[in-house]
Design a protein around this ligand. Structure first.
Ligand code: GLC
Length: 422
């Protein structure tokens, strides 16, 4: 009898050990440009196969501003339906208190990433998101058209405007009626903050809010930069650019209707994809600089990360998922498919990436020298400060008020927002 008991006990123990762990269902929320969501799905399919868990994507619009608004509502409501958030580099300080601290769980992997990116996602000593790709914009240009008219790749905004006009006018005269000179992101949203920081700072007009917290935006060089852009609207850039985000600019560019485009590296792989009319006809260069004292080329730093919600019912499984997506293998996969810039340092020396997405090794220095928006300086007031900035810029380039009046008004608003300090 005792023997029988012992046998049954062993049999039960063996059954328990062999029983698979119960599969977990997770959801990840993401908005993205280009084929970002599709590639995320491909990565998740691999994760599902390996782990036995299931992951759904909750898809949001590509605008980071819209995503942020939604994230804030969900987090404020303690939403436990979302386990993982795909977050923009600028949101870490604003969302930190509602995200899981990943420091301990990722200590085996963080050193593979660029330290500056890990730093950007660390708030009060807590790593609140793990990076999956970084971003630094490029000037996309039509090599075939510049060659055709014997034009050089512009290194100043003035040269860009001159060349854009020359090529556009000649192409139109030759029957190419839809041709434009330059497309960028002029909609009133976070993307305009990125574009306008480049115009202003590359013209020696400062960083909007400096790292010491000083509000520097109300100055003549900044005003001159915005007046310059106002002059592009309806001349070298379609009036519709005032409503363009990344994908609308890429739409015009990729159908072959723009000489130049400002956009992030994701547009590189898409422009060279099988059915793209501009495949093999374009290249990338650093963005131009302004002129005069303090002028230099400036690229705004972007990038995306994964964060685990404090309200997730499966934080440990969610952390494993985040580590999987951020891993060197999956970053390499993403980069080969999307030309997103990896955050894993070693991938900049990867021969497959160099061959298939040559923009990546070429963009390493551009990203390392990229300028951060003042999100770490103004912390929880960043979205408000940025929206004040993009509003003043949008008004100016739409012809609603002069740059100097709008920047004086902006300075007053930012001063009020700052209060006793950021
Ligand atoms: C890109 C950048 C992101 C930025 C956004 C603006 O997605 O990676 O940091 O905020 O563009 O549209």
């Amino acid at each position: 009898m005792r023997l029988l008991h012992a046998f049954v006990a062993i049999a039960i123990a063996a059954m328990l050990a062999a029983a698979p762990a119960r599969a977990v269902e997770l959801s990840i929320v993401s908005g993205d440009t280009g084929n970002g969501i599709k590639v995320l799905r491909e990565i998740l399919d691999r994760y599902e196969k390996q782990s036995g868990n299931k992951v759904d994507i909750v898809v949001l619009p590509p605008s980071t501003t819209d995503q942020f608004g939604q994230f804030r509502l969900w987090l404020a409501a303690g939403n436990s339906d979302i386990d993982v958030y795909q977050t923009d580099v600028i949101w870490a300080p604003q969302l930190a208190s509602q995200l899981v601290d990943l420091t301990a769980a990722t200590k085996d992997v963080v050193s593979a990433h660029f330290p500056s990116i890990i730093q950007s996602q660390t708030v009060n000593g807590r790593l609140v998101a793990l990076p999956i790709f970084t971003d630094a914009p490029a000037l996309y240009y039509r090599k075939d058209l510049l060659d055709k008219y014997g034009a050089k790749v512009p290194t100043t905004w003035q040269e860009l405007a001159d060349t854009a006009k020359l090529v556009m006018d000649r192409e139109r005269a030759a029957g190419n009626k839809d041709m434009w000179g330059f497309v960028f992101q002029g909609n009133a949203y976070e993307g305009l903050t990125c574009n306008a920081l480049e115009w202003v700072m590359s013209n020696g007009g400062g960083q909007i809010i400096e790292t010491d917290g000083a509000i520097s935006i109300n100055n003549p060089k900044a005003a001159a930069a915005l007046e310059m852009v106002k002059g592009w609207i309806g001349t070298i850039s379609p009036a519709g650019v005032l409503a363009y985000q990344e994908e609308e600019s890429r739409g015009v560019w990729q159908t072959g209707n723009a000489v130049f485009m400002r956009n992030w590296p994701y547009a590189y792989a898409l422009g060279n994809s099988e059915n793209s009319p501009i495949k093999g006809k374009f290249d990338v260069a650093p963005l131009p600089a302004g002129t005069g004292e303090g002028a230099r080329p400036v690229a705004t730093l972007g990038g995306w990360n994964l964060a685990v919600s404090k309200y997730s019912r499966h934080p440990d499984v969610a952390i494993d998922l985040v580590k999987f997506i951020a891993s060197p293998q999956m970053q390499k996969y993403r980069t080969l498919r999307t030309s997103n810039l990896p955050t894993i340092q070693a991938l900049y020396d990867d021969p497959d990436i160099a061959r298939q997405q040559p923009i990546v090794p070429r963009w390493k220095q551009i990203f390392l020298n990229a300028v951060a928006r003042p999100s770490a300086t103004v912390k929880i007031k960043y979205n408000e400060a940025s929206s004040q900035f993009w509003t003043a810029v949008h008004n100016t380039i739409s012809g609603d008020g002069s740059a100097s009046d709008n920047l004086a008004d902006l300075e007053a608003r930012l001063t009020k927002l700052k209060g006793k300090g950021w």
